[in-house]
Structures are given as C-alpha cells and as structure tokens.
Ligand binder design. Structure first.
Ligand SMILES: [Mg+2]
Length: 458
C-alpha cells in the first residue's frame, strides 16, 4: 500500500535518514524544515501521514500539530510526533496537542513502519467514509457535519488476567468518563464483546493463561468487533509480540509501567476516532435511506425501483414477475378541492392500504406524484390480476376524511403486466403496465386492465 508521508524536521540529516527508510518501503515522501512549510505542504499536498519533529525553532512541533488539527483541511491527517525527549510529560504534551502517535529518537524502524502502516490503513478507511459522506452532503442528503465528540459514556473492555494491572487501567479510563468493563481471559472477552457494543478494547499482552494474540485475531475477524479500536499493553521486552499485534490489526500500544496520563490520552484518541467513524457511517446509512425512499409514504422511490427490478429480472425468475402500475383517480381534483395537505394525507392513506394488502416479498414504490408500482416476484398473471382487484377494492372501501364531516371516496386505476422472459427490460414491463393503466383510465377508472399482449405469450 503506497501512501504520501510528509517528514518535518529542522535537521536535514534526520529528514534524509527517514526519507531513505520510507522510500525503500515505496512511500511517497515530501519534506519540510519548519512548521510553516509543514502547514503549507499539509494543506496543498494532502499527505496520508505526517512525521513531525518536536524541537524546531520559531514554531515547535506541538504548535504545528495544534494548528494542523485545528484546520478542517488537515485535521484528519494522522500526526506522529518524533522527539528525542523521552519524558512522559513531553509525550503527554504531544498527545494533547492532538498527535495521533508518538515515537522517540533514535527511531526504531520496524516500530515506525508498523505504526505508519496502521495509521495509513485507518486513514484510508476514514477517507472513504468521508468522501461518501461529502457526496451525500453535497446532494443535500445529510444534515450536519461531524464535530469532535466527547468520550464520556464510551464503553471500554479491559482484558487482563492480572487484577491489579486491570484495575489501574479501569481507574484511569473511568477518570475520562469512560465506562470500563473487565474480562479476565479470552472466553470472557468474546462473550462480553458479543453482548455489549464496546468503543475500545484494552488488551494485555502479558496474560499467562490465554494467548492474547489469538484473541486479537479473533476480534479482528469478527464483524461485530472488527472496527473496535484495539489498544495493546505490553512489557518493554515484548516488542515482537507488539509488532505481531499490529500486523493483526491493533491500533495502538503502551508499555508497562503504564503512565496513566498517556493511557488516558491514547484511549481518548482511539475512542474519538471510533466515534468519528461511527458518525460517518451513520450519515451514509441515512443518506442511502433518504436516497432510496420517498419521505411521504416511506415506500421505495423510482431510483430504487429500477435497480430492484433490474436485479430481479436479470436473475431470471423461474416463475416470472408481475408489475402493477397504480394511479389515484382524479387526484388533481382532491388537491384542488381540499388543498395539498389533504392530497398528501390521501396519498399516505392509499399507501397504508397498499402496504397492508400486499405480500411481504412484494415491493412497493412511489413512482411519481400519485403513481405507485407494486413488484410481485413469482406472481402469475392470475395472481397479479387477483392482487390488483383486491387492492382496487380495498382503496375504494377505505374511509377517507377530507375535512371536518367530509368523507371522500378515493379510487385507483391499475394496469398489470407479467413477464417470464429474461430479455424483458424493467423499462419494457413498466411501459406495458403503464399502457394498461391508461386503458383502465380510458375505460372509466376504478378498474384493472391487464397488458394481454405482453404477458409472455405474445
Ligand atoms: Mg529538531
């Protein structure tokens, strides 16, 4: 997986070293020697990751990071702070300025590459959601832009067979407002994650009884836990296991003794990212819903109908498919006499009646203003005619109150068509049903006509 990486360091020798290592892994590299240049390049070049030196003249790494994270154009780009300072307080400052990760000089390259890979993978996924969300927003399909959510109320699962270690992590998380749960082993962790939607899993790599890496791989393999951030805690000498954990999809790690503040900030970053991801996904789901359904009736819209029919018909239904085209009679006069709100109410009432009188595997779409289409897979011409007659009679019998003490009878005209020919297109069968519907109108309305010349016999 190639990606763009921006390296920021005021010492050219440092930059060259990192550049050589990362280029060898086929990453595309740009370099900046100060924070201002970094901001400019981040904006224009849109890297997938920024490696940011902390100690720089004029604007240091913390301030650069803070500005990157404050800008809409760059806030989503992961930042890894690189520093010679190993002090926990410095690490904390970096994380609090919004850095996604932290590396100390001299840089260990396999550690660096593991983190780069993991952050780039995550960014790619978020980018995809973001682009889809932006498309939806551009189409006017979603409501609000995502902000930075609070982590209070998030649920975390701490997996460790060492009581004291687990307690320390749980206490630290609780101070962030996170609700921590505890599992003492693999079986318990699997059972709990199946029951509760966690926002973070903190997994100890030092467990004696179970293999934590096997648990990590099971959590990654399962749909329900696949996207939950996984934070590893390990002994300093367990570097190999940490790297294996990253290969399995872990998102971050900490070494013992755990610095409480660092744990809190890393947990917070992971949970925020999860919330951001959830939010983008929810936006997309909502956009899809809005893109495919008619808000008045809740029925599918024409766009969905065409896709659904195409799918059904190309699957070559052995028993064919019937399509009913329904049109409310004299609908314009309902609007003219009682006003548009009553017209809408009439359409809703008709929709309710249709919904209650069709089979579960039939699909109903609002095709146009007062036109509906019912798609009946596997329904023979006789089934279709019976269904159409039933729908017609139900709507006619439906009591509809158009105003105080004003009852109004609504009727519909229906055209039906059937095909079992694979080469028939959705457009053709809809046209045939439409033509039959016009004959029903011409024949006096409130009646059913069948597209006889089209039912597969012609
Ligand atoms: Mg420096």
């Amino acid at each position: 997986m190639t990606a763009r990486i921006l390296i920021v360091d005021d010492v050219p020798a440092n930059t060259r070293l990192l550049e050589a290592k990362l280029s060898a892994e086929y990453y595309q590299i740009a370099t900046a020697q100060d924070g201002f240049e970094a901001l400019r390049l981040a904006n224009g070049w849109q890297p997938d990751l920024i490696l940011l030196d902390v100690m720089m003249p004029d604007m240091d790494g913390y301030e650069t990071c803070r500005r990157l994270k404050a800008e809409a154009a760059t806030h989503h780009i992961p930042v890894v702070m690189v520093t010679a300072l190993g002090e926990p307080s410095e690490r904390l400052r970096g994380l609090e300025s919004g850095a996604d990760d932290f590396l100390t000089k001299p840089v260990e390259y396999d550690t660096l590459l593991a983190r780069v890979k993991s952050l780039v993978r995550l960014k790619r996924m978020l980018d995809e959601w973001r682009v889809r969300g932006e498309t939806a927003r551009a189409l006017g399909l979603t409501l609000e832009a995502p902000g930075i959510p609070s982590v209070a109320g998030a649920r975390a699962l701490v997996v460790d067979d060492w009581d004291l270690g687990a307690q320390l992590v749980q206490d630290a998380l609780a101070r962030e407002g996170v609700l921590p749960g505890r599992a003492a082993g693999e079986a318990e962790a699997m059972a709990l994650t199946a029951a509760i939607p966690f926002d973070l899993i903190v997994l100890s790599l030092s467990m004696a009884n179970d293999d934590p890496l096997r648990l990590a791989s099971r959590l990654r393999a399962q749909d329900s836990t696949h996207d939950i951030p996984l934070l590893l805690i390990a002994e300093p000498e367990q570097r190999e296991r940490i790297l294996r954990g990253f290969d399995l999809g872990a998102n971050d790690w900490l070494v013992r003794p755990v610095d409480e503040n660092e744990l809190r900030v890393r947990a917070r970053n992971q949970i925020r990212r999860k919330f951001y991801q959830d939010r983008l996904r929810a936006d997309l789901g909502q956009a899809l819903e809005m893109a495919l359904t008619d808000p008045l009736t809740g029925f599918y819209n024409q766009r969905y109908l065409m896709r659904h029919l195409r799918g059904l018909m190309s699957a070559g239904l052995p028993n064919g498919v019937s399509v009913l085209m329904l049109d409310v009679d004299h609908f314009k006069s309902v609007n003219d006499r009682f006003g548009h709100p009553v017209g809408d109410k009439a359409l809703k009432a008709v929709a309710e009646t249709l919904r209650g009188r069709t089979r579960v595997f039939d699909s109903i779409a609002r095709y146009g203003g007062e036109e509906f289409v019912v798609v009946m897979p596997g329904a023979s011409p006789v089934d279709a005619r019976n269904a159409a007659e039933r729908l017609r009679a139900s709507v006619e019998a439906m009591p509809f109150q158009a105003g105080p003490n004003v009852m109004h009878t609504i009727t519909i005209s229906i055209g039906a068509a059937y095909t079992n020919k694979r080469e028939t297109t959705p457009e053709q069968i809809l046209q045939a049903a439409d033509a039959a519907m016009y004959r029903a109108k011409a024949g006096g309305r409130n009646r059913v006509e069948f597209a006889e010349d089209f039912d597969g016999k012609a």
